[in-house]
Design a protein around this ligand. Sequence first.
Ligand code: ANZ
Ligand code: ZN
Length: 874
Amino acid sequence: MEQDPIKSNSEKESDRYKPLELEKHWQELWAKTGLNNTPEPHEKQKCFYALSMFPYPSGTLHMGHVRNYVITDVIARIQKMKGYAVLHPMGWDAFGLPAENAAIERNVDPSDWTDQNISQMRIQLKRLGLSIDWSREQTTSHKDYYKWTQYLFLELFEAGLAYQREASVNWDPVDKTVLANEQVDADGKSWRSGAKVEKRNLNQWFLRITDYAEPLLEDLKKLNDWPERVLTMQKNWIGRSAGVEIDFELENHPNLLLTVFTTRPDTLYGVTYIVLSPENNIIDQIIDESLKSDLNKFRDTISKLSSLERSSEGRDCIGMPIGVKVINPINGDLIPIWIADYVLPDYGSGAVMAVPSHDERDYRFAHKYKIPLKTVVLNEGIDKTKEDNKPWIGDGILTNSDKINGLTTDDAKEKIIEIGKDKGWARKKIQYRLRDWLISRQRYWGCPIPIIQCKKCGQVPIPKQDLPVELPKDIKLNVKGKSPLNNLETWSNVLCPSCGLEAKRETDTMDTFMCSSWYFLRFADPNNSEMPFSQSEINKWLPVNQYVGGIEHAILHLLYSRFITKALNKNGLHRINEPFEKLLTQGMVQGVTYLNRNTGKYIKATAIKDCKNPIDPDTLEKLEIIYEKMSKSKHNGVEPSTVINRYGADTARMFILFKAPPEKDLEWDSADVEGQYRFIMRVWKLVTSYKSKDPLNNILDVNMATTSSKLNSKDQVLNRAIHNAIKSITEDIEVGLQFNTAISELMKLTNSMNENINLVKKSIANESIITLVKLLAPFAPHIAEELWKRIGGVKSVHLEIWPRYNPDALISDSFDLIIQIKGKVRGSIKVTTNLEKNEIEKIALNSEIARRWLDGKKPSRIIVVPNKLVNLVP
Ligand code: ANZ
Ligand code: ZN
């Protein structure tokens, strides 16, 4: 293990910077003294909750994790120094498919595999020197956690928010088992057997998130400190659409009504066919007998398509007529009914009034099946549909539309609604894209759903005092059938808690998103054995003040967490409405990648002779150098431990923060890490050599009262640098979350100290050293702690008060700017030297003097003599 990549020979042994030794020493001491334990906030102390999205315990820590946790750590540390009681916890999102797959492939126990991974990752994480309170650690696959996940499921069940209905799953017809989506490859084949995966309907559990569509959408407006991009993604996912439902009577079925959902009621006269989703149940009641076998074939074809495929733009849609007609309620026209793949079963009513003249997909479909078109909207008097051979989908003036001819699109919509409402065949309707959340998984390694299925009583919740429903051990995973748990009759056969008859346990487990949609609540009260959490602890810590994580969770995890928070609020479990106040989505960490464009192959750096002009060793073709997200398949990963082993965690932390603003992607370049290490060394030398000049004097004892008036010009320069650094770094972290510029400011301060420290008053020199170490502490906690001790610190630097800047010290040399009105001196004001001309003008114009003498008039001319006077001529 290399200790000192950059050698410096002239130092005494005790003065050498040995990051590995030093970091280990402090980490052990911090753990022993409980430095990172969450404090009980004292009276009036404000609380701050800093949280990183907790990791899946894959076994190895990658650079993306490092970036995520270091960002949160800096925020947690600065808030602590600013006097907040800080909660900064960590846990493991530990259920999920990889453990089960590993178990099948390697014949290990998923729980052992997971726990081993956690221990490995915990060690790796600890080496980063994060200020995490490990006593609050949570693991979602441990029963003292999932007991409460089950408890909360029952809360939702009692509130009517958990229900069962049929939904399709992926079925492997060879292995005869249900597959997760991740186990089906891009060609729709099983990862295990390679068989073409089929869809099968099973009774599955859903959470009624759609009940919360409106508040989930509405409250996005309150999340002012979330990235705009995430808010937009959430909004689109919820997909609110204000439209109209219109009922059509059927020609030969007087008792049936067919309802469509439309956002364009104005085009009602332009409807030339109706399309139903092939799944729509009404079809079976009305279809012409002779078409029944065609229908079955058609449905078979459709069942192989995903809803994403079916709704994708520009594809060739397929359909068939079913030999039945509806009556257009506005004019009595008879319109044929078709079924087609592009109508989705679970949006609106699964039925569309098709207007091929004014809708893209209807147009292409009508063209393909030779269905007539009818233009009802003119654009500036022109039939654009006919003229351009494509539908006119914009607004316009109505034509061919009897009662609404000549109206604008908007007026026509209102008029149709008015008529239809009057006659009873139309009503306004708000529609959402958001679907209920399917939480059932037919897998072993998940949180068991605490329900007993009784033939007599139906779904019976397990009494809360009997929780947890534990996952059985020693179970065969590689089995055929619905799920591994389903095969274990000793576990699934139980007596009904309600009637005492023989019944069956629910064998589905929960989607892991369920485990992660409330963990931030548990951290507030991690050891509560009576309840998932207490109101008082939630009120104390939540909402999370700063949440940090990947953009890949911008939709589901955040939406589910918001939903669960709102639902539990309604159940009276707490009074929080939104879980995450401020959100930062950090960019990806990318590595140098060598790509052969011709073969599409990624080449290992070790196989390349000259990395500046890389050549494919096999084909001798020139390689492209690009940056891509680090991954094994691209041979571009850098192991965090290699960096830490060489330079120490402080350098790794500083580098990852310095290289790019947190929300941007970061291009990892190992050469730059060296540069960061050099900076740390410079700080080390600066502080240790300053101290060693006067080893007996404890610089922390020096009275720091410094007012700029008593300072000479060199003193002022360094003093200004100190206070500038305090101001900029504080604002960069707290307001802008711009850690890269904050580190630049640290560098500036260090440069100014190197230039001036030997030329200034001792009090200023001391203050600069003290301030530098404190400002460094959140970024590079170990070296800061060591330096702090060396300059006489008794308690930890991390318990010190974050420095405050003195605004007076920021003013560089100032002078009295003379203000003249029409050439006459009317007064002067103190301003900084070397201001721009327009700044001086602005100051003069806004001055009391100008207000008094100009009487609100604008001067016709302004004369500026730099660093001297302004003459305002009215
Ligand atoms: C008639 C019409 C005429 C439509 C026109 C559009 C343009 P958003 O805005 O996304 O809510 N639609 C309704 N249910 C559907 C389903 N289950 N599958 C596929 N498409 C469906 O979209 C609403 C529009 O999407 C509706 O308005 C309907 O087509 C279609 F010139 O009705 B429209
Ligand atoms: Zn029963």
